[in-house]
Ligand binder design. Structure first.
Ligand code: BGC
Length: 503
């Protein structure tokens, strides 16, 4: 059935809205924990009395947890099931946030941030997977989009609340617990919400529990025809190629595509996004920009420009967006570097003139626009598309871990790097990575827009990966959209849908 038509006609059952809510919360928590630092770091440092390096270490430990969470989430998904993995992630989110609110010694607080990172790693894998398997086909695409948007909304939301809390309560012993409890509130909603979720029908079928799967589908779908279609689609997928082991990375064609995925994720981080997400208020402060502009510019622009990305990615294709993003980031990083160079080593930021401040502010706005509209969503999307089905689980796990590794590297070193080599230096360094990223995209990244996954896989095995853009045709686009419906357009979800049949 045409999904667009179906979307107009179908009245979804209440459980479908619960599924959407939990999905939204999973994305939101990812964003809340990622965006937590920017406007709380000063308060954390005040209370725990650690310097720049301590602050960086505490921030970056989230990424270490994310690496381990991403590594283990495939095992949880397979053995615990999707629902119980969600309950588990919800529990860790809740317990770690509440415990952090008690302001334990720094070693424990750091261990708790590791746990939060672990939960983010698990949730970022399980939520899209669960949705792709459980939400009715006609809204799967919008659910994937929703997940992506909720991450940036989470970053925005926690930035606003932390600004407000820090202003309203100056004593860290009051403000810091309130900041953690804000996260705990949404975490508890996710934890308790997960209990009323149905288990994924695809996982139930994988475990040979067809009766149970049909029972779940009866709750989420409206007609017997829809249920039958879904069951036969799952059965077909289960008879297809199943997840390969880690050995697949030694197969020539897979190794090549894995290198593309890994480098995309490395560049996504080495263009410097998380320096901005984590430390923008501080960096603006070095240039004498304070107040709401310093605290809210990055999360606001980041959230707003994720919306157009959702449409542009199908209209323009991935490569064009990656170029637009990398060029915007390159130019603005150079401009920001020049602004800092012109500021020099002014000891009193209030003496800094208006021009460098303005240049810095405009540069950061265009830089974040460049990332949000392209490298942010597109890298995840391309990584979800380029791996052959039997190696998708391995490929996605490795590339996700690489993403977190390099995110951690930036979080852990950006500020000390600025201190050691001068404020302008890091902007030039990130600009250099933008240049390398552009060259890399031009030479090695295939255009995946409008190409069916089967075709991608075939080309890949025939060794024609670099020529994929030539294979883009309108009928292919139509075929793909017919097959995946709205989900063909989704970012996180398209990853998960295709992953789901491999384990
Ligand atoms: C990146 C994160 C980043 C976020 C910002 C994601 O695509 O992987 O590291 O914090 O975008 O919106």
């Amino acid at each position: 059935m045409n999904p667009e038509k179906a979307e107009k006609k179908i009245h979804y059952k209440t459980i479908v809205y619960v599924i959407c809510l939990v999905a939204a919360l999973g994305g939101l928590l990812f964003g809340l924990d990622q965006g937590f630092i920017a406007n709380s770091l000063e308060t954390i440092e005040k209370h725990y009395k650690f310097g720049l390096e301590g602050g960086e270490k505490y921030s970056a430990i989230l990424a270490t947890g994310g690496i381990i969470g991403a590594l283990l989430s495939g095992i949880f998904a397979r053995f615990l099931g999707r629902k119980r993995s969600l309950v588990f992630a919800g529990f860790i989110f809740t317990a770690a946030s509440i415990y952090s609110a008690l302001l334990p010694p720094i070693e424990i607080l750091s261990a708790l941030r590791f746990a939060l990172g672990f939960a983010v790693g698990v949730a970022s894998f399980i939520v899209p997977l669960y949705l792709s398997e459980t939400a009715p086909a006609s809204i799967r695409g919008s659910m994937g989009t929703l997940f992506q948007l909720m991450i940036t909304i989470g970053i925005f939301l926690i930035s606003v609340t932390n600004v407000y809390i820090a202003k309203a309560f100056s004593a860290p012993t009051t403000s810091l617990p309130l900041m953690f409890l804000t996260v705990a509130l949404f975490a508890a909603l996710m934890f308790f919400g997960s209990f009323i979720l149905p288990e994924s029908p695809r996982w139930l079928m994988l475990k040979g529990r067809k009766d149970k799967a049909v029972e779940v589908l009866r709750k989420t779908l409206n007609t017997q025809e829809e249920i039958d279609n879904e069951i036969s689609e799952i059965e077909e997928a289960l008879h297809g190629p199943q997840g390969a082991g880690i050995g697949i990375i030694f197969k020539g064609y897979f190794a090549k595509v894995l290198a593309v995925g890994i480098l995309l994720q490395i560049f996504q981080q080495l263009v410097g996004i998380n320096m901005m997400i984590y430390y923008a208020p501080r960096i603006f402060g070095y240039a004498g920009l304070t107040g709401l502009i310093a605290m809210m510019t990055v999360p606001t622009v980041n959230m707003l420009f994720t919306f157009p990305a959702i449409h542009l990615v199908e209209r323009w294709g991935r490569k064009k967006l990656l170029y637009v993003g990398a060029i915007s980031m390159l130019v603005t990083m150079i401009a920001a570097g020049i602004a800092f160079q012109s500021i020099g080593a002014v000891s009193d930021p209030s003496l800094i003139g208006g021009t460098p401040k303005m240049v810095l502010l405009i540069s950061v706005i265009i830089y974040i626009f460049g990332f949000a509209v392209s490298w942010g969503p597109v890298v995840w999307l391309v990584c979800s598309e380029i791996f052959p089905l039997e190696g998708r689980e391995v490929g996605m796990t490795i590339t996700t871990m690489v993403n977190w590794t390099f995110a951690g590297l930036v979080m852990a070193n950006a500020l000390t790097f600025m201190q050691k080599f001068g404020n302008a230096s890091i902007f030039y360094l990130f600009a250099t990575f933008c240049v390398l990223a552009i060259i890399f995209v031009a030479l090695f990244v295939p255009e995946t827009k409008g190409i069916s996954l089967e075709e991608l896989e075939l080309n890949l095995k025939k060794g024609v990966i670099l020529e994929m853009s030539r294979h883009f045709t309108q009928p292919n686009l139509k075929r793909r959209q017919a097959r995946f419906g709205q989900a063909g357009r989704s970012l996180w979800l398209s990853k998960a849908r295709r992953l789901s049949s491999s384990f």
